[in-house]
Design a protein around this ligand. Structure first.
Ligand SMILES: NC(=O)c1ccc[n+]([C@@H]2O[C@H](COP(=O)([O-])OP(=O)(O)OC[C@H]3O[C@@H](n4cnc5c(N)ncnc54)[C@H](O)[C@@H]3O)[C@@H](O)[C@H]2O)c1
Ligand SMILES: N[C@@H](CCO)C(=O)O
Ligand code: NA
Length: 444
């Protein structure tokens, strides 16, 4: 049987990985897929450079539309990124009846509803394993492996760049900008690295996992998104002294009133496996009612790990493209006509309704009664304290210092309540700087 014909749109970090891994493992891949998988055409902005990667046998063109329009191409792989030209090209490929593989989480988290609907109407597949946690087969696990379960929660480290930055800052005391530059050099960071460090990329991925886990449409606009740019080294150190690590977590959880969908730095007990996920590695913890807790760990970024996921999708499509579309796995795991009803039953909750525990750091005047006033405000609001740590003044501000840090860990509290108490504490004249608040997750 003739090999299935693939057209690549974009051949940067991920695209070149796809080419090399397909070439290196072609025998095993075709024995699994039942036929060969061949990259026949590539669209690139820099044609000469792309030609030097793929050699003379593969046709390289500057116009991505020529790849989509080529009648011999069965599958279009979009590896350009972003929501601009990539969106138009994906929709054009679908309209042309081509199956699509993409690593583009930004595109699917924001425009997934439109894209999946167009694909279903045209009877083609849009596969996106590489879009979430790179090489970890988390989409496959959530969509197929855990299909018996009522999923309760997902918590994950799904951005390699920020995990790399946090690990290097904690381990080696390196500064933020230097580590970010290294992550860019290694091909982990997004074209716009603010997507990484501001939590947007993690929220794109979390949005996709949440939709698949709970059978709701993708709703990136409702995600709470906070990155690591406001984290300070001092909080990383205090957290460590209290037995915690700080990780940028994506959390989506089913609770009585709806679904939580939030990305923010979190204190995680140092003894948890996920607290020990370092560098650009990713990890996702999924809890299902039947299976219990499961953990997925691996490389979430980089050329070949991401290519591994792209090629897994190519193999899936190679096996399934002749199947009746109704027999394929739905894009978001649940039958598409059930998604909007589920959205009414499981609305994404505002952050004020989220219940979690907190790390608070207050820079205060080092004098009698300060701690008592702060804890009285917490008590009045019904916020229960788990632990309090007060630093010696000279440790914080040097010898003779009149300021110190007060660190408070709370038990579970509604975020709306916490916001109100923080505002009251902030108004105390003895509180000298903006209060730092970091959420704390037990992840039992
Ligand atoms: N790098 C990773 O570790 C990683 C991991 C998972 C997912 N992703 C996603 O994969 C996609 C690609 O990422 P990347 O890291 O390979 O990016 P990259 O910048 O290395 O590659 C993108 C390539 O697309 C080319 N391009 C831009 N416009 C084009 C056009 N109109 N026609 C043809 N080519 C065009 C660029 O010249 C570039 O070579 C993005 O959606 C990204 O979010 C990347
Ligand atoms: N920029 C992303 C690439 C993988 O999606 C990261 O750092 O995880
Ligand atoms: Na993946």
């Amino acid at each position: 049987m003739q090999a299935i014909q693939v057209g690549l749109l974009g051949i940067g970090t991920v695209g070149s990985g796809v080419f090399h891994v397909l070439q290196r493992n072609q025998d095993e891949i075709s024995r699994r897929a039942g036929r060969g998988i061949e990259i026949r055409m590539v669209a690139a902005r820099n044609v000469a450079r792309a030609q030097s990667v793929v050699g003379a046998q593969v046709q390289v063109v500057a116009d991505a539309r020529a790849v989509i329009a080529h009648p011999g191409i069965d599958i279009v792989v979009e590896l350009i990124g972003g929501c601009g030209i990539a969106k138009a090209l994906v929709l054009e490929a679908i309209a042309a009846g081509k199956h699509v593989v993409t690593a583009n989480k930004a595109l699917l988290a924001v425009h997934g509803t439109e894209i999946f609907a167009a694909a279903s109407a045209r009877g083609v597949m849009v596969a996106f394993e590489a879009a979430v946690a790179g090489g970890i087969p988390i989409i496959k696990a959530l969509r197929e492996g855990l299909t018996a379960n009522r999923i309760q929660s997902i918590a994950g480290i799904v951005n390699g760049t920020t995990n790399f930055i946090l690990s290097e800052m904690r381990d080696k005391g390196l500064d933020f900008d230097r580590v970010l530059r290294e992550a860019q050099r290694l091909g982990y960071a997004e074209a716009d690295p603010s997507f990484d460090i501001e939590g947007v990329d993690a929220a794109h991925k979390l949005t996709l996992m949440s939709a698949i886990a709970f059978g709701i449409p993708v709703q990136f606009d409702k995600a709470h998104v906070e990155g690591i740019t406001r984290l300070s080294a001092i909080d990383i150190r205090y957290a460590e002294q209290l037995g915690y690590r700080i990780k940028l977590l994506g959390i989506t959880k089913r609770v009585d009133e709806g679904v939580e969908l939030r990305v923010h730095p979190s204190l995680v007990p140092a003894k948890r496996l996920i607290a020990n996920v370092e560098g650009a590695m990713n990890a996702v913890v999924v809890q299902g009612d039947a299976v219990g807790t499961t953990l997925y760990y691996g490389k979430g970024a980089g050329s070949e790990p991401t290519a591994s996921a792209v090629i897994a999708d190519l193999v899936d499509i190679t096996r399934l493209h002749t199947a009746d579309p109704e027999h394929r796995v739905p894009h978001l795991a649940f039958q598409p006509h059930t998604l909007s009803d589920a959205m009414d039953a499981l609305p994404v909750l505002p952050m004020s309704a989220v219940v979690t525990s907190y790390y608070l750091r207050l820079r205060v005047v080092d004098q009698a009664g300060v701690l008592a006033r702060v804890t009285a405000l917490l008590a009045d609001a019904g916020v229960s304290i788990d632990a309090v740590l007060q630093r010696a003044a000279d440790e914080v501000g040097g010898e003779g210092s009149t300021q110190t840090d007060l660190i408070i860990l709370t038990h579970d509290t509604r975020e709306g309540t916490m916001d109100a108490v923080i505002a009251q504490m902030q108004a105390l004249p003895t509180v000298l700087a903006p209060i730092t608040r970091i959420r704390k997750e037990a992840l039992s």
